[in-house]
Design a binder for this molecule. Sequence first.
Ligand code: ADP
Ligand code: MG
Length: 244
Amino acid sequence: MTEALVKLQNLKKAFDKHTVLNGINLEVAKGEVVVILGPSGCGKSTLLRCINGLEIVQGGNIIFQGKDITSDKKSWQQVRQSIGMVFQSYHLFPHMTVMENILLGPLKVQKRSKAEATADAERLLDRVGLLSKKDAYPRQLSGGQQQRIAIVRALCMYPEVMLFDEVTAALDPEMVKEVLDVMLDLAKQGMTMLIVTHEMNFARAVADRIIFMDQGEIREMASPDEFFTNPQSERAQQFLNQFF
Ligand code: ADP
Ligand code: MG
């Protein structure tokens, strides 16, 4: 097997005395789509935030592209550019146009040429069906459109892996599909992704592997078919019963 793109070894995270991640072991291969499921408060967001360097961990290792980046601040600055993250709230700057929002990272952080980055942004906007909105302001867009822009903004940094944390949870139902379709398209193109979602049909369709977390631990790791038809633990069965 080729080297995992992201490898978590016995990852531990606590807030004060409250243990939130209790020894997470996970390897994600290049091109793999891993969907993380689990009840509210089980540590899904914290896990993604640790991978992205937004949280300091108390134990274990984070290996990215074969390099241990756990506590090396210098590596993080580099690595963060290779790890795109999209959140439930889109965090677009309201006083900037769509294009200005997207170009911020490529120009300011990556110091790319404006012509090259703009061409790239236009190509990505076209791919999500929003090229005509490039000069609009966020307030002129629907929630679903803003979330697709947030995805384009992350993609424009050429990430090696994309982390999605409940990106459709705040959207009106009719806008959920347009965002999930973008993610399905990305998966088809071979993007490595870790996805936290409560959209079970989407999870089943997009995932190569499902991870079920409970109380800061990975309780099950299975193919989507296995997990959805035959979850092993009572906890996972209870979890799935809410949806089906
Ligand atoms: P999930 O995304 O699965 O709902 P989270 O990772 O957001 O869960 O949270 C896991 C646990 O960690 C929860 O009990 C939450 O209250 C706690 N937690 C998350 N972030 C913080 C923080 N910044 N300070 C203190 N506790 C936190
Ligand atoms: Mg969360």
